[in-house]
Write a protein that binds this ligand. Structure first.
Ligand code: AMP
Ligand code: TRP
Length: 344
């Protein structure tokens, strides 16, 4: 795929997650689970806890440090192996911030104002949002392009940011008459690229939703998971035999998609088993598969969190490996743009 789109570039996968709160089932199914699965294929895999993105909205400093470690623990508990992949936190590799500045001169202000995540997060009083929140997609493009990454696995909500990354790469290559940055492919795949709130099938499951019942946290215990699924909003109809029958039933569709993604089945396969049954039968089965898949991850996360010094060591080593890839690409970018480099 990326070989045909980006001839001449090493196949390389990059993705990131913000340490801005506890991680959810949405993060796991849309991102973490897939990060682990992509290891050891033909591509190098580089995974990042994007702490500099998190500070675009206020973070308590001590809590941020702790959540950065917790996000790293979630990567590893989900199967990201720091020996196979490069795992680090963004702020330890200065190439991200430097390249983001260079991209601030390439990206247009109008592109930034069009971002739906900016509109959502800035809310009504957008004049009072941090400048970083507006510039956020240029930093995200820098995360990806500092490694000349050819593919980025993410959930559906990041599609617009990846299009902007492609726009920045295209404009840079065009403005400077080079083929320096690849046109990165989004990898938005699987049954659960957009996991919805358990309370409202029209809203994304999010760590920032005020209702804890709306989401399954990766730190929830088996009882909490089962209870949240039992209370999840649904409708009164029995389940249909195929996904077409779920078109106007967003809550039902969401639970089917979650089941399918957890069980590594297609939504149609799940429906063929539950056709004609109501949620009284389906929800306990969903709770069972959710607990079976998530409990080992929760337990491993807790184990990693027992040794924060080891997490810090892993992130530090990862940052060194990341910098070794990113620095020559950043230097070349500066040369292309005419920024003088003469330091010995
Ligand atoms: P964030 O928590 O915003 O840093 O998101 C990290 C990753 O998780 C990104 O790839 C998102 O697209 C993905 N993600 C977040 N929430 C969801 C969700 N509800 N469904 C699917 N993927 C999600
Ligand atoms: N913007 C992403 C999110 O909110 C996180 C992110 C930052 C990211 N940089 C990235 C994802 C680079 C993929 C690649 O979910």
């Amino acid at each position: 795929m990326s070989e045909t789109t980006n001839p001449g570039f090493t196949p390389r996968i990059f993705s990131g997650i913000q340490p801005s709160g506890g991680l959810t089932l949405g993060n796991y199914l849309g991102a973490l689970k897939r990060f682990a699965a992509l290891q050891g294929e033909q591509s190098e895999t580089i995974y990042c806890v994007v702490d500099m993105h998190a500070i675009t909205v206020w973070q308590d400093p001590e809590a941020l440090r702790m959540r950065t470690r917790e996000a790293a623990a979630a990567f590893m508990a989900s199967g990201v192996d720091p020996a196979q992949s490069v795992l680090f936190n963004q702020s330890q590799v200065t190439a991200h911030a430097e390249l983001a500045w260079l991209f601030n001169t390439v990206a247009r202000v109008g592109w930034m104002y069009r971002m739906t995540q900016f509109k959502d997060k800035a809310g009504k009083n957008s004049e009072n949002a941090s400048l970083g929140l507006l510039a956020y997609p240029a930093l995200m493009a820098a995360d990806i392009l500092a490694y000349q990454a050819t593919a980025v696995p993410v959930g559906e909500d990041q599609k617009q940011h990846l299009e902007l990354t492609r726009d920045i790469a295209t404009k840079f290559n065009h403005d400077y008459g080079v083929n320096h940055f690849p046109i990165t492919e989004p990898l938005i795949e699987g049954a659960a690229t957009r996991v919805m709130s358990l309370r409202d099938g029209s809203k994304k499951m999010s760590k920032s939703d005020p209702s804890d019942a709306s989401r399954i946290n990766l730190t929830d215990n088996a009882d909490a998971i089962a209870q949240k699924i039992r209370k999840a909003r649904t409708d009164a109809d029995p389940l249909p035999g195929t996904v077409e029958g779920l078109r106007d039933r967003p809550e039902a569709r969401n639970l089917i998609n979650i089941f399918a993604a957890l069980a590594d089945e297609s939504p149609d396969q799940v429906l063929s088993r539950f056709e004609g049954q109501g949620f009284g039968a389906f929800k306990p089965a969903l709770a069972e598969v959710a607990v079976a898949k998530l409990s080992p991850i929760t337990a491993k996360m807790a184990e990693f969190m027992d040794d924060p010094a080891e997490i810090d060591r892993i992130l530090g080593t990862g940052a060194e490996r990341a910098a070794a890839i990113a620095t020559p690409i950043l230097d070349r970018t500066k040369d292309i743009m005419g920024l003088l480099r003469s330091r010995p």
